[in-house]
Design a protein around this ligand. Structure first.
Ligand code: SF4
Length: 352
C-alpha cells in the first residue's frame, strides 16, 4: 500500500485530506468520500495506487482533445471511485465502484509505460474516473512516461486544491477539464461539489503552467443548457482564459441517477457552438453526436478546413506543423498523424 501525500493529522485524531476541495476529515479505518483514500493506523493511504480497472487504446479525440496529437491513439485507464457525486455520471460503473467491486488489475508505473510503448502510442490518459484522487500514481507514471518520451493527459473535473495541483500536474502535458455547468446551483445540487475551485483550476492551468488544455461542457436538458448560462460561461472563458482554448459541447445520455432526462438534442449543441463562436471563442466543437461541421477545425483567419473529423475519425488533415497553409498559427500540439492505432474496447489489452 502506498502512503498518501497531502494530508495532516488533526487534534481530534482524524486525518484531514488536502488533495481536493472536499477536505474530508477521515476517522480511524474510514475512507474519504472518494472511497480510495483511507485512514489506516493514523496514516492516510492511497488505495488506488497501482490499480487499474482495465486498459484500452482510445482515439485521443474521445478524451476529447482535438488540438493535441490529433489522429493518434492514447493508452487509457482509470481506477475506482470519484471525488464528485454527479447524479448524471456517464461512467458510474467505475466512478461509483469500490476497488474490490471493480476487479482491478495491479500495475506498476513502469508496466503502464511499457504497455503504451508496446502498443506504439505516443501518450497515456488518466481517465474514466477522476485521476485527482490517485494523484500519487499519476505523478509516478507521468514521470516515467516523460523519461521515455511519452506524453501524459489528465481527464478531470479540475476539483483539486492549490496545495496539491502543482505536484499532480508536474509531468502532465495536456488535460481535458470538465466545466460541468456555470452555476453554483448546478454544481451543488447535481455534483455535490462547488464551481469556484474548478474555475480556479482553469485559471491556474492557463496562467501558471504549460499544460495544454481543452474544456468540455456536458449539456443536460433543463439543467445546464440555458442559452444565457452558455453565454455567461463563454464570456468567462474569453475573459479569463482567452479565445484559443478549445471548447467542446457534448451530449448527455440518461444514466445513473438521472434517467428522467432525455438525451441532449443535437440542436442544443449546435446552438451552444453558435453562441461560443459569436462571442469570439475560436475553436468550438460538439461531441457524442454526428455533426461533421461541429467536429471540424477551421482556420480562424482564412476559414479553410484544417482537420475534418467524423465522430472520432480524421477524414482530412491540412496542417503543416502547427500552421494553416495561409500562415496562421493554430494553438495546440500537432504532428502529422500516422495510421497505426487499432480501435480496441476497454480491458482488451493485456498488461503482460
Ligand atoms: S481526495 Fe478523496 S479523501 Fe481526499 S478530500 Fe477529496 S474526496 Fe476526500
Amino acid at each position: 500500500m502506498k502512503e498518501a501525500l497531502w494530508w495532516e493529522t488533526q487534534e481530534d485524531g482524524r486525518i484531514l485530506c488536502t488533495l481536493c476541495p472536499r477536505y474530508c476529515k477521515i476517522g480511524a479505518d474510514q475512507a474519504g468520500f472518494c472511497y480510495i483514500r483511507k485512514n489506516i493506523n493514523g496514516k492516510l493511504y492511497s488505495l488506488g495506487y497501482g490499480k487499474s480497472t482495465g486498459f484500452a487504446i482510445d482515439p485521443i479525440e474521445k478524451k476529447p482533445l482535438n488540438h493535441f496529437l490529433p489522429g493518434t491513439g492514447i493508452l487509457s485507464f482509470g481506477t475506482a471511485g470519484c471525488n464528485l457525486g454527479c447524479r448524471f455520471c456517464q461512467n458510474w460503473s467505475i466512478s461509483k465502484a469500490k476497488l474490490d467491486d471493480a476487479q482491478s488489475l495491479t500495475a506498476t508505473p513502469e508496466e503502464v509505460v511499457q504497455l503504451a510503448l508496446r502498443h506504439n502510442v505516443p501518450s497515456i490518459a488518466f481517465t474514466y474516473n477522476d485521476p485527482v484522487i490517485w494523484g500519487e500514481f499519476v505523478i509516478d507514471i507521468s514521470r516515467v512516461a516523460r523519461e521515455c518520451g511519452l506524453k501524459s493527459v489528465m481527464v478531470t473535473a479540475g476539483y483539486i486544491t492549490p496545495e496539491a495541483r502543482s505536484e499532480v500536474y508536474r509531468y502532465i502535458d495536456a488535460a481535458n477539464v470538465d466545466l460541468k455547468g456555470f452555476t453554483e446551483r448546478f454544481y451543488h445540487k447535481l455534483t455535490f461539489s462547488h464551481l469556484d475551485p474548478v474555475l480556479d483550476t482553469l485559471k491556474w492551468l492557463k496562467n501558471e503552467t504549460d499544460v495544454w488544455f481543452e474544456i468540455t461542457n456536458l449539456m443536460i436538458p433543463g439543467e445546464n443548457d440555458d442559452q444565457e448560462e452558455t453565454k455567461q460561461m463563454c464570456e468567462w472563458i474569453l475573459e479569463n482564459l482567452g479565445d484559443s482554448i478549445p471548447l467542446h459541447f457534448t451530449a448527455f445520455h440518461p444514466d445513473f441517477k438521472m434517467t428522467d432526462k432525455p438525451k441532449t438534442p443535437a440542436s442544443t449543441l449546435t446552438g451552444a457552438r453558435r453562441i461560443a463562436l459569436s462571442i469570439g471563442i475560436k475553436y468550438c466543437y460538439v461531441g457524442n453526436v454526428f455533426d461533421d461541421e461541429g467536429q471540424t477545425t477551421y482556420c480562424p483567419a482564412c476559414g479553410r478546413i484544417l482537420i475534418r473529423r467524423s465522430w472520432h475519425d480524421l477524414l482530412e488533415y491540412n496542417l503543416s506543423a502547427d500552421h494553416c497553409p495561409c500562415g496562421q498559427q493554430i494553438p495546440g500540439y500537432f504532428r502529422m498523424p500516422r495510421k497505426t492505432t487499432p480501435r480496441r474496447g476497454r480491458s482488451m489489452l493485456q498488461l503482460h
